[in-house]
Design a protein around this ligand. Structure first.
Ligand code: CO
Length: 459
């Protein structure tokens, strides 16, 4: 059996270890080698890369994508998309989602991995449809979590609906690294028995389960795994590409990666990692194994947020109470997967419930919107008392939330006028208005300076 690899160093590993601060210029010299190494795909765009380009790196994210494509014409380029939320946390109208997907593909994306934080598949429909229309691969991703209502049957049902929707692969997306090897085996087996498209496993090394989980998933028939070149692997990132390739080859699986080129890629990224370590961007703590997520069944990042919140208020002694309150809040909300922004929302509400000495004395704006149905359908039932408290006599939103939104693209385009040089600029602006505007300004200044400079040279 053949096992294929998606290399994540340019996106998830970059995001998980160094806060997505890897500039294009720093990894550009290795792209041609990466293109030849035999990866199924390079995950290189979407997620936090887009925001980070505009906000911190003074890069046009679209231009970055085009430049990667130019150097990697033979390997599929992959991005992560949060369905109707695109790259952020709020819902966009369909015209924006369609334009974003279309432009992503036009600029070089071949595979779009599409998920919804609540697994409300109405929120991925438009993005999947537009991906297929533009001839790219739509990979449906299931947000994996543990809860009393999330079970094999529910996940298999989601996989089936995604395949029916036209998704050409199903990804199990375990953002917290809490998927254990036996659960992975059972889940992949069950999905494979139900759908005929390839199954992909995305997990993180956070809790140390990753290599066991990847191994068992492959044994159950998972065809594609996400890994990171070893310099950027481990801890909150993915497990090592080379180690997985070595182990699977030894067991007789067909792996098409070029070991020599993998070493070249790793040798390239070793000093990059050192630079981030010495600059302090890469904190060695996140490279170690942290099993707290298994004990508390909440992601490691969420736990450190809770500790930080309580420390800031000089209330760290309340941590045990907050840790008891967190699963209760989650239960009241119908067990949302603890992925951003739900993890923060649940954590903040649990902290507030404990510190106020009264449950739901204060309810955050975000939790109110969630209860109103503005994020989509909760996986389980919302506590009726809490719902009543928030909604009063108002009815919750039961339709797809995006159906309530007015088209936005043409309006934004008109608003920007000649500050936008392309439809891509308009999309950057819709996704991250303040960052995009600041970036457009800087880009203009840079252009003017280059112009002045060239005139001076003529003088
Ligand atoms: Co991830």
């Amino acid at each position: 059996m053949k096992v294929q690899f998606t290399e994540t160093v340019l996106r998830d590993a970059n995001q998980s270890l160094v806060a997505t601060r890897l500039p294009f210029a720093r990894f550009a010299p290795i792209l041609e080698t990466m293109d030849k190494a035999g990866f199924y795909s390079l995950e290189c765009w979407g997620g936090a890369t887009f925001d980070s380009c505009l906000r911190y790196l003074d890069e046009d994210p679209w231009e970055r994508l085009r430049k990667i494509k130019a150097k990697c014409p033979n390997t599929k380029l992959q991005m992560l998309l949060r369905g109707q939320n695109l790259l952020g946390y709020k819902h966009y109208p369909d015209d924006v989602v369609r334009m974003f997907v279309k432009k992503s593909i036009e600029n070089g994306i071949d595979i779009i991995r599409i998920f919804d934080a609540l697994n409300d598949l109405r929120n991925i429909e438009t993005a999947v449809d537009e991906t297929l229309k533009n001839g790219a691969i739509a990979s449906g991703a299931i947000s994996y979590t543990l809860s009393p209502i999330h079970n094999l049957e529910m996940y298999v049902g989601l996989a089936k609906q995604m395949a029916d929707m036209g998704c050409q692969s199903i990804c199990i997306k375990d953002m917290a690294g809490i998927l254990g090897p036996q659960d992975a085996y059972d889940l992949v087996k069950a999905i494979k028995q139900t759908v005929s498209v390839p199954v992909v496993l995305h997990t993180h090394s956070t809790t140390g389960l990753a290599p066991l989980t990847l191994q068992k998933a492959v044994e159950a028939g998972c065809e594609i795994i996400d890994t990171a070149i070893s310099a950027f692997s481990g801890g909150t990132s993915q497990y090592s590409t080379e180690a997985m390739a070595y182990a699977l080859t030894q067991q007789g699986y067909e792996v098409e990666l070029d070991t020599k080129l993998l070493k070249e890629i790793n040798d390239f990224f070793k000093p990059v990692k050192e630079e981030f370590l010495s600059a302090g961007t890469l904190n060695p703590v996140i490279l170690s194994t942290d099993t707290d997520a298994l004990t508390y069944q909440i992601p490691g990042g969420m736990l450190s947020n809770l500790v930080a919140q309580l420390t800031a208020q000089n209330k760290l002694d309340k941590l045990p109470e907050v840790l008891l309150e967190t699963p209760r809040v989650r239960e009241d909300l119908g067990y949302p997967p603890l992925v951003t922004p739900m993890s923060q929302m649940v954590g903040v509400q649990a902290t507030s419930n404990v510190l106020a000495g009264e449950r739901y004395k204060n309810i955050s704006k975000e939790i109110k919107s969630y209860i109103k149905g503005e994020y989509g359908k909760a996986p389980g039932g919302i506590n009726p008392e809490l719902q009543k408290k928030v909604l009063g006599d108002e009815a919750p939103v039961t339709c797809r939330y995006a159906d309530l939104l007015e088209p936005q693209f043409e309006k934004a385009k008109a608003e920007l006028g000649d500050r936008a040089k392309s439809d891509e600029d308009v999309l950057s602006y819709i996704a991250f208005p303040a960052q995009a505007e600041a970036f457009f300004k800087k880009r203009e200044e840079l252009k003017r300076n280059t112009f002045k400079y060239s005139i001076r040279r003529v003088d």
